[in-house]
Each structure stands twice: as C-alpha cells, then as structure tokens.
Design a protein. Sequence first.
Length: 375
Amino acid sequence: MSRLRVEPVHSKAQLRAFIRLPFRLYADEPNWVAPLILERKRFLDRSRNPFFDHAQAEYFLALRDGKVVGRITAQVDERFQAFQQNKWGFFGFFDAEDDPEVAQLLLDTAGRWLTAKGCDRMVGPCDFTTNDPCGVLIEGFERMPLVLQPYNHRYYPGLIEQAGLAKAMDLWMWEIQISDRAKVHPAIFEVADKLPEHGVTVRPMRKRELDAEVARFVGVYHSAWEKNWGFVPLTDAEVRHYAKDLKPILSEDWAFLAEKDGEVVGAALTLPDFNEVLVHLNGRLLPFGWLKALYWRRKISRVRQFALGVKPEFQHLGIAARLYTVHFEAAEKTGIHLAELGWILETNDPINRALEGLNGRIVRRYRLYDRALSD
C-alpha cells in the first residue's frame, strides 16, 4: 500500500521541490506559462517579501512514497483581519495530481494550521492576498493566461469541492477589442469628452519616477477598492516592492493617472502581457533566456488592464469613462488592440455594466472557495 504524507517546507531542497512541482504537473499543458524560478524564490522568501512584516505562512508538500504529488500554503494576515474585522485565514499555491486523497489531505492540513492560529474560516486560493494572483480557473481553459493570471487543470474545482469547500466569490475577466469605437456605447465617449470642463486631466505614468507614481496609483487603489470583498490595503514597503516588480513590464503607453487641482483622483494600470515572453523561457532567464526576452517582448500582442479606479468623491465626473477611452488612443499608438480587464467581482454591477457598454465579453471566470474552521 502506498504511503501518503504531508510535510512542511523547511529546507532549500523542499522549497525547490515546492516551486518545481507545477513544471511537472503542467508539462503537457500548452496553455500553462512557467513563472520565473528566481522570481518565485524571491516571492516566497520570508526575509524579502514585505507581506511577512504583518503575516505568517507555512508551506506544505504532499508526498506519496517519497514523490511530491501536491503543494499548498496556509497564511494568516493580521493586517487583513484588522481591516476586514474578521478571523479569516487563507490558503494558496494549491497544486496537486488528480487525486482526491491528496487534495483532501493538503486542504485539511492547511485548515488545521489556520485553526491553530485562531482562524475561523479558510478562504482561497490566494498567493498570498487578493492583491496577488488568486482564484481557481473554472472557465477559460482554452486560453493562455495573461500576466499575473493563474492557470490550473480542469480537475482542480472538483478536487477542492470534494474536500468540503464551497464557492465564496467568482472573479470575472472581460475581453475588449480596443479598435472599433462604433461598438462602444456612445455615452462613454460623450462623458469622457466633457472631462476638461471639470478641470481633470489624464496623463501617462512616468517610469523615471516609478516609486512615486506607484504610490499615487495606490492612493487611488486604496480609496476606490476599500469596500470591496476581500480587500486589504498595501503597506508602504509592499508598494515599493510592487514598483520594483512592475518596472520591467510597465509601459508608459498603457498606465495613466487622472489629476484635478494637483491631486491624483483616478488611475488605470494596464500591463503588456509579459506572459507572451515567459512562455518561451521555461522559467529561466539564464544563460540565454534574457536574449529571448528581449526578442519576444517586441512581439507582445495583448494587454491586461490590472486595475482602474476613481476616488469615490470624484466618481460623478466621468473620469472612469476617460480612463477607458484613452486606451483606444494607446491601441492606435502601439498597434495592440486586444485587452483583458479585471478581475472584477461578480457582485460589482456598476463596473460589469460599464464593461458591457464597452462591448466586452466575459472570457474567464475564477472562483474563490471557503470552508468554516472548527476548534
């Protein structure tokens, strides 16, 4: 009889196995995009990721007869709990062979760890918060993921549900062809064209002062998203960390700030799809991956609108409409006309209706799951 066990990740060899497992699980999946191994090591490094300034996490491997067959993290974010006034804990980095016993053991192990930390609910997957890639793909398997989008096998939702977790929230990704204005509701352009009457201007983010620009963006992000389900604000250290990670892929053609009387009141952060580069690197920049990266980044054909928001007290001015329409100008300049927007909470009716007005269509759905924890 085979022996299945779960062990915490404590050694460098175990961490290497934790990071490398998806490379084996998705070896025959053409739509999976390998992450950069060095980036994953840095992200999971408790001494380098500022998430751990206010959070704890444990990493686990599932092994059957010594072979790694699954992985998971369990994390408790004190900042999230204080902001949301709850006792939720999260799981993330869930990957497993198509084996209900493996999934059950991993999720039960994460649940027990979270219970010991005083949590009353387990939510996920999130790597590590809702500011990071999160959710299980439930629709859109036929499409290669864009930058910062997770991808998983079709059997993952079934494994998680069989382990006793239920839907907590769905996240939607919308696709928009940024080329045919005639298919966009004319009211959006009409509202956007009136923006100068309110003393609001929209400008590109300046890459040369990226730390300050990202901080301005985050000010809008916190104000506009603070009431969203599952939201947690970023610390100053996390803002600097994100700015450093964004610098290689941020394009001034696709990132915008809206200003009124010298105050940044709205922002749109759209990223060129660096996954179209990563898919050719197999997780490594060295020794020659960087040459491939330089070549393939010129071939990027898609963008992902990561976030678009306006401070609540300015939302009546039509700033969001202008932040949408300026993307048509960016598309004309760059020749990139395909975009995905989101994720968007399924419950966010105003934004989902606005994306319908832009002739958008939902092309991916992700699901977050939860399960009550008992002592």
